[in-house]
Design a protein around this ligand. Sequence first.
Ligand code: MLT
Length: 257
Amino acid sequence: MIVVYKGVNIFYTEKGIGSTVVLLHGFLENLTMWNGLVEEVSKRNRVITIDLLGHGKSDCLGYVHTMEDMAEAVKQVLTHLRIRKAIFVGHSMGGYVSLAFANKYLKNVKGICLMNSTAQPDDDERKEIREKANKIVRKNFNMMVKMAINNLFASTSKELFSNEIEKVLNEALKTPVRGYMASNEGMRLRKNSEEVLEQIQKRIIIAGKEDPILNYESIKREATRTNTDLKVLDNGHMSHIENKKELLETLLEFIRS
Ligand code: MLT
């Protein structure tokens, strides 16, 4: 289904009845990443999945997609569906978007699960990597996407989940180069959201001990600083693939608590 936000199409799906859970995908992903989880969650909840700006079947809007822009597109979907309050589960960039949403619409947020995500901004090194990536991605899109996807999995997962990784890559390659660049820049610009996280009544961080892009020790300190529940899984950045069963259990417990 589609809603129009600032003249561009935003694609979403809806399934089930009950209190609402909004699932937001990460960078170079799209709402199909949730396919293996929606069935179970929607047995007792209304589940909304949304293609964020410049991803999946949603259009690009300008040349920079800030986390705030993406959050406004999410708000448009929820307003259209007359949803007043929801639990947000954000995978990686989807977590940054959830926090941007909470910053502006706190009263509409019942809870946030940062799944392989963080309220911390980029450090200088990561900012530089993003700048470099945006300089070369126009000419080397396939290579850059391959590298990015390969870098999301724990080394022990690479062989074990080679078929799934291939599927993730195929979905990622559908992202338009403008979507890549606009989100990458939007993520680079994001601010620290720890104070936002602290204001959300119900909150959890799901961290991968072997996450190659989010340092586990740093996430652990963040959880302590913000007094946020922390669930640690023995996998990389892609919990929904590398550790689906335990992830699902954790999500259901959080959503239904
Ligand atoms: C993601 O998986 O959404 C991104 O890799 C997160 C990031 O680059 O910070």
